[in-house]
Design a protein around this ligand. Structure first.
Ligand code: SAM
Ligand code: SF4
Ligand code: F3S
Length: 465
């Protein structure tokens, strides 16, 4: 059962923030906290709440753990290499703690919801003071106060189907973009995926709370709204509403801004939803629809609840209703039992759909998932070969797909200075494609019409019209 954190509990946590702030104010210098977030946008959004709470507690924020009084690692468990990175970074903190024994080192996020990970931290990382699970995030003020008053290791990972905590302070990473979770958790149990185990059951925020947050973000100048959830297409089922209804209401809010969302599950991408998106001018013309595999046999083993044909049907409907839409996807190579024949079906699906771009992953075994028990005879070396073949096929398609924008004029939201060339500005088209162009700082956060002149494999270059 979902636990909605009561206003009384939120107030109790605020009181702990106050007490920490009093301690902070009595110090000679401002205490400093460093928060390092790994993983997806949901985690980045949690990181913004962690930073918001730390600011309320009187901490300053720093980009590095060097000299920090509190270091928090907000972790991701989706693949083994994500966990390895966290352990590597945690090991490196040992020398910081040796220099400053009063430093508080905390680990939170998805990894901490796995018992074997907590045991490893307990045993092998004695310099970690505090571990708190995804359902204990809102209790950070109490946990920090506990650390300041009594030096004791604390492991707070309450067993729960999942909580919804409203009203936490947020320190947004960007003035232009705002990430707004609309739901938490996942019920889909794709057989390879750890997320349902570490994020709990699917639960939606009340529509009124989301709308209030959107309005506030827009009033504060946000132009690029990201609605977040593991499967936004099933938003609101338990509340008697739907993602389509939510999109229509947000679309009707005054102002020029863009609405994007992450992630969509193809099994819930209905015609009604596509029609809604077609009719909402603020919703981005970008469908990120993770397909994972082009083989219906593998899709069934993955427990995805759709077939290759069903997926192609959705793509056809999108292309018919929104011809200028960009399509992107996630692919897993080397799922247990996948044969080269199955893999070739993925390649043929890529050629048929012609995605603008892809996020590609080699299967990573996750403890406790169904796929852990499935026979997996293909070697890592062989999977690596398939993976490289996939990248080659997509590189060619991507180049072609981006070429089609050349000569078009597109409305671009200017987000910052170019990454490869800081003389240029960078922004995104309604399809979510990156465009670099020359212009002054006064354009930051503005929508500008850009004529596309050049296309590269993953970005465009253009000129202000
Ligand atoms: N909820 C989203 C969905 O279903 O589309 C995806 C969330 S997951 C964080 C992002 C991507 O990671 C998935 O779409 C999948 O391609 C990949 N992924 C998840 N578990 C994986 C695993 N065990 N090995 C490799 N890739 C994985
Ligand atoms: Fe993982 Fe599947 Fe849920 Fe996405 S829908 S988070 S891939 S279980
Ligand atoms: Fe990773 Fe957790 Fe997101 S496992 S991908 S941070 S939901």
């Amino acid at each position: 059962m979902t636990i909605r954190i009561s206003p009384e509990e939120t107030a109790r946590q605020r009181a702990f923030s106050e007490r920490v702030r009093e301690i902070s104010e009595n110090r000679e210098s401002l205490p400093i906290a460093h928060v390092h977030t790994f993983g997806c946008q949901q985690n980045v959004s949690d990181g913004e709440k962690i930073k918001g709470m730390l600011l309320e507690m009187g901490y300053g924020l720093s980009e590095s753990p060097e000299g920090a009084d509190v270091v928090i690692f907000n972790t991701c468990a989706v693949r083994e290499n994500a966990e390895d990175r966290v352990f590597g970074n945690l090991g490196a903190l040992k020398h910081n703690k040796a220099k400053n024994p009063d430093m508080i080192i905390a680990v939170c996020g998805c990894m901490t919801e796995q018992e074997h990970i907590v045991s490893r931290i307990k045993k092998s990382f004695p310099h970690v003071d505090l571990v708190f699970g995804t359902n204990a995030l809102h209790t950070l003020p109490e946990l920090i106060f506990g650390q300041l008053s009594e030096k004791k290791r604390v492991f707070s990972v309450p067993k729960s189907d999942g909580v919804i905590a409203e009203g936490l302070p947020i320190r947004r990473e960007s003035k232009i973009s705002a990430s707004i979770p609309i739901m938490y958790g996942c019920n889909n149990f794709c057989s390879y995926c750890i997320v349902p185990y570490v994020r709990g059951r699917e639960r939606s925020r009340e529509k009124a709370d989301i709308i209030a947050e959107v309005k506030k973000a827009v009033e504060e100048g946000a132009k690029d709204l990201w609605l977040l959830g593991q499967n936004v297409n099933s938003y609101g089922k338990e509340l008697g509403t739907s993602f389509s209804e939510l999109l229509r209401e947000i679309n009707a809010i005054d102002g020029e801004f863009r609405i994007s969302y992450m992630s969509s599950h193809p099994k819930d991408a209905t015609k009604e939803l596509i029609d809604t998106i077609a009719g909402c001018e603020k919703v981005s013309r970008h469908f990120h629809l993770p397909v994972q595999s082009g083989s219906s046999r593998i899709l069934e083993l993955m427990n995805r609840h759709y077939t290759r044909e069903h997926y192609l049907g959705i793509v056809e409907y999108i292309r018919e209703k929104i011809p200028d839409a960009a399509l992107t996807s996630d692919i897993i190579v080397g799922f247990p039992g996948e044969t080269y024949e199955d893999f070739r079906e993925t390649l043929s699906l890529l050629r048929e759909v012609r995605f603008d771009s892809l996020y590609t992953f080699i299967f990573s075994l996750r403890k406790g998932t169904k796929a852990e028990k499935m026979p997996d005879p293909v070697s890592e070396e062989e999977k690596g070969k398939w993976f490289r073949e996939l990248l080659c096929v997509q590189a060619e398609i991507g180049r072609d797909m981006y070429q089609k924008y050349v000569g078009k004029t597109l409305r671009v939201l200017c987000e910052g200075r170019g990454r490869s060339n800081p003389e240029m500005l960078t922004g995104k088209t309604p399809q979510g494609v990156i465009v670099d162009f020359y212009g002054g700082d006064e354009l930051l956060g503005q929508f500008v019409d850009i004529r596309i002149e050049q296309a590269f494999e993953w970005m465009l270059v253009g000129k202000i019209v």
